[in-house]
Design a protein around this ligand. Sequence first.
Ligand SMILES: [Zn+2]
Length: 251
Amino acid sequence: MQSTHETFTGVILRDTVYKDADKILTILARGKGIITAKARGAMKTGSPLAVGCQCFCYGEFTTYEYGGKLLVEKADVIDQFEGLRTDLSSFALAGYVAELTEQFGVTDTPEDESLYRLVLNTLYALAYKPEIRRDKIKAAFELRLCSDCGFMPDLDGCMVCGTDEPVEPIFALESAQIFCKACFDGDEATFPLTPRLLEALRIVTTGELKKLLSFRLNAAEGDIFCRLCEEYILLQIDPPESLKYYHSVKL
Ligand SMILES: [Zn+2]
């Protein structure tokens, strides 16, 4: 039987034990999208696949096809994201990031590079940036993921008068638009914004990925930002189990 070897970098979104010794991996693979591959014997002590086939491991994988299935031959660790494994809130959030990525990611076409980068950057921040509030990392991921996957809010300017710096700006949740407070005439849920908060939303939706977390907000603005982003993503999907888990364990 013919076999085809391929080597690629990727991050493991999920690992499921299969028949005691094997694992089924869900991998966000660069240039390939979300793939499923079996790692034979990965649960055995001393297996060369044991370390590189753990959940949230970022690595270089070599796979081959056998009998219509993808098997992992080699898994070299690039980054284990150690910090995720020592902090329960961060670990829970990583699970949420992975679940959302699976829900929003496309599996039958090569994944957009920006989604791949977004997931890696977010896991990196969760693992190695304890000084950044967990909810801020979560919210920025939620809003950027929506924006990159076809649910970009329109933050250019007030939908009524057109000014790009609305007076007492508000964000209308369901229409995903901004207004001056005085211009708004709808009856949907809204969030009050400040100019700084509006700027943060613009950075997260359309800014460079490496500057995704570069904005600063005070505590009250930060709370609105986090609520807004969570409610916005929950307009698009049912609440994932991993979100409920995160809320049950976060400090
Ligand atoms: Zn206006």
